[in-house]
Design a protein around this ligand. Structure first.
Ligand code: SAM
Length: 182
């Protein structure tokens, strides 16, 4: 079985966008307790690395790294673990909630922006990026750089995501590193 309800969100996102393909190298940021990592392996990725601040029970077919994704050594460490640049970077990262919605939203957006920055360092040309974001305000800040760096940028609210929550996911495909500095 899946370790998290969150697993269904990735299943729904992937059913719609067909992101995970056999043989891919995939990085899962904020992997604990391991649901998305399980889905990536199950859908045929050949190399999967999950990263979290918290320990994650081993997932067969994946490597788990306990640590902070913002550690400057992390991009190279993960590329080495995967044997090359990633085809897909997933981020379901969320901070511990404070109960103060504006603060929680800002923190989530900080993680999503960090994940985007991370993705740009590890993705192969043509690669994809999925991140949890929040509806409203600061979410737009990420759009400009994303539209430049990816051929397609879309938002999705998977049915498994609670309707009351303003959580949604951004799905970017077709990474084009040559566009980054222009
Ligand atoms: N997708 C997971 C699943 O299906 O099991 C659930 C992920 S959970 C919603 C969010 C995770 O992000 C938490 O486990 C948290 O520890 C992790 N996280 C938050 N900040 C992080 C950071 N700076 N580096 C690594 N992981 C982080």
């Amino acid at each position: 079985g899946w370790r998290s309800r969150a697993a269904f969100k990735l299943i729904e996102i992937d059913d719609r966008f067909k992101l995970i393909k056999p043989g891919m190298r995939i990085i899962d940021l904020g992997a604990a307790p391991g649901g998305w990592t399980q889905v990536a392996v199950k859908r045929g990725a050949s190399h999967v690395a999950g990263v979290d601040l918290l320990p994650v029970d081993p997932v067969s077919g994946a490597e788990i790294v306990e640590g902070d994704f913002t550690d400057p050594a992390m991009p190279d460490r993960l590329k080495e673990l995967l044997g090359g640049p990633a085809d897909l970077v997933l981020s379901d990262m969320a901070p511990n909630t404070t109960g103060h919605a504006p603060t929680d939203h800002l923190r989530i957006m900080g993680l999503a922006e960090g994940a985007l920055d991370f993705a740009m360092q590890v993705l192969a040309e043509g690669g994809g990026f999925v991140a949890k974001v929040f509806q409203g305000g600061s979410e737009r800040q990420m759009l400009e750089p994303m539209k430049k760096a990816f051929a397609s940028v879309k938002h999705v609210k998977p049915p498994a995501s609670r309707k009351e929550s303003s959580e949604l996911y951004v799905v970017a495909t077709g990474f084009r590193p040559d566009r980054l500095n222009s």
